[in-house]
Design a binder for this molecule. Structure first.
Ligand code: BG6
Length: 484
């Protein structure tokens, strides 16, 4: 059966930086289903060849040494373009004709990727429906929707309702590229394909969990978008909560889309809703110096570019174990890490001099860069009496496996073409994630608490964030990648 990957909003950055490079990599590895075609749809006028040339330049830039001009020529023969406007029904009718022609009017699997600006999602879906492009006609029709999926619970619900007018839930793939990262998937394997972690993965052994997504870059050219979104909508509602779900979920009965997503949703449902007082006490926000000067930022904007949040998961496994989530722009380095901090030994046999770190084991899952896992444990320093030191046991992808770790989009686009929605968010999951964030967003919008602290770029956020943690008897794991 032919497969067709249709990109709506094809002239944008995402197509050039992520989508087409990922499809090219899949083609190079011979992973794309046979007879896969790519069709771009956007307003810019391009001939098929002009678009192919435009993409060739972008792909060469983004895939570096993997760009092979001969291979590209073969790949680009499967690429087509259709100029059209999301607002014009006639342009979708002509798209439908072109698609039927490309597919020789056979039953096909078609994936529509909404790479447009989010304000056009509803209209794009409606037009697809009106032009009969969602009708399966003996084949398959799927739609991939990029983030942000709504800007709060109410808008996410509205968007879900509009999408469901045209597509059934099984056809809808809400993408969160964090789920396409190898280390995130490996966390499922670490937890559910090994026996040694499960018995200790709970309140009896774990003191707390820290999840940090630190970015060295500032908001750059995206300031206009970012100023409306802020760190909570941009990073927490999606990426950080996905990491929480994978870390905290129960084992699904099988690795299958609904079984996995049922367990993930239960985590979100168990997160304790925050009252205004909770928001003042358990959330922290900051803004880096220089943010207000970025082009597109409103004068005097109070948008947070850094935040840390303490969440409680009210279930048997996690009762009493805080989850600390933290993310920010303009921080000291780019690192995403999940730190599972185990309890200290109940009684310490070996007296030692003063030390900064607690005598507690720590499992560091380094999602990026330099993907890997580190287990930290106490060892005896040789020939030094009974002095102890925390020592690492490392697993590094680069050392264990040859080759380059694929980009998140590769895995996700292939899954969508093959109809596996396990690594995509379901309607109820997205809504539950907004239910966690909404009370915080609302309180931040109307109150001066918590204080919006300024911070210097290149640090771990505001200094007060360290104090906020210290007041709770804990320390941030402020380490640029522990694995290299
Ligand atoms: C995006 C956010 O979803 O994720 C960006 O909109 C952020 O602001 C990016 O920079 C981070 O992704 P990654 O894969 O580089 O960690």
């Amino acid at each position: 059966m032919p497969h067709t990957f249709v990109i709506l909003g094809a002239s944008g950055d995402l197509t050039h930086r992520k989508l087409v490079p990922a499809l090219y990599h899949l083609f190079r590895k011979n992973r794309l289903p046979k007879e896969t075609r790519i069709v771009g749809f956007s307003r810019t006028a391009f001939s098929h060849d002009a678009w192919r040339e435009d993409l060739a330049k972008a792909v060469a830039r983004y895939v570096g040494n993997d760009f092979d001009p001969g291979l590209w020529d073969r790949f680009s023969q499967h690429i087509y373009y259709h100029a059209g406007d999301i607002g014009q029904a006639a342009d979708f009718t002509s798209l439908a004709k072109q698609l039927a022609q490309i597919e020789n009017s056979q039953a096909s699997t078609r994936v529509y990727y909404l790479a447009t600006s989010p304000q056009f999602y509803e209209q794009a879906v409606e037009q697809l429906g009106r032009a009969g492009l969602a009708d399966e006609n003996g084949g398959q029709r799927r739609v991939i929707i990029e983030k942000p999926f709504g800007t709060d619970l109410a808008t996410a619900r509205e968007l879900n309702a509009s999408v469901h007018q045209v597509f059934r839930e099984r056809q809808v793939y809400r993408i969160d590229h964090y789920l396409g990262k190898e280390t995130v998937q490996n966390l499922l394997v670490l937890r559910f394909a090994n026996t040694i972690f499960e018995p200790i993965w709970n309140r009896n052994y774990i003191d707390h969990v820290q999840i940090t997504v630190a970015e060295e870059v500032d908001v750059g050219r995206r300031a206009g978008y970012y100023d409306n979104a802020g760190v909570l909508r941009d990073m927490f509602q999606n990426h950080l909560l996905q990491l929480v779900m994978i870390t905290a979920m129960e084992a699904p009965v099988r690795y299958e889309a609904d079984a996995v997503r049922n367990e993930k949703v239960k985590v979100l449902q168990a997160i304790r809703p925050m009252s205004a007082a909770d928001v003042h006490r358990d959330t922290f926000r900051g803004q880096y110096h220089g943010y207000l000067d970025a082009d597109g930022v409103r004068p005097g904007s109070r948008t947070a570019t850094f935040s840390s949040i303490k969440l409680w998961i009210d279930n048997w496994r996690w009762q009493g174990v805080p989850f600390y989530l933290r993310s920010g722009k303009a921080m000291s380095c780019r690192t995403t890490q999940i730190v599972v901090q185990f309890n200290e030994p109940p009684h310490m046999l070996f007296p030692d001099g003063p030390r900064d770190a607690a005598y507690a084991n720590r499992l560091v899952i380094q999602v990026q860069p330099a993907e890997g896992i580190q287990l930290q444990f106490e060892t005896k320093v040789p020939d030094a009496g009974m002095r102890l030191r925390q020592t690492p046991l490392d697993f590094r992808y680069q050392r264990e496996f040859r080759g380059v770790i694929p980009e998140a989009y590769e895995r996700l686009l292939l899954d969508a073409l093959e109809g596996d929605a396990s690594l995509f968010a379901r309607a109820d999951e997205v809504e539950a994630a907004w239910s966690v964030c909404d009370p915080i967003l609302q309180e931040w919008a109307k109150s001066d608490l918590p204080t919006l602290y300024p911070y210097e770029p290149g640090l771990w956020g505001p200094e007060e964030s360290t104090q906020w943690m210290a007041d709770q008897g804990r320390l941030w794991f402020d380490n640029c990648p522990v694995l290299h």
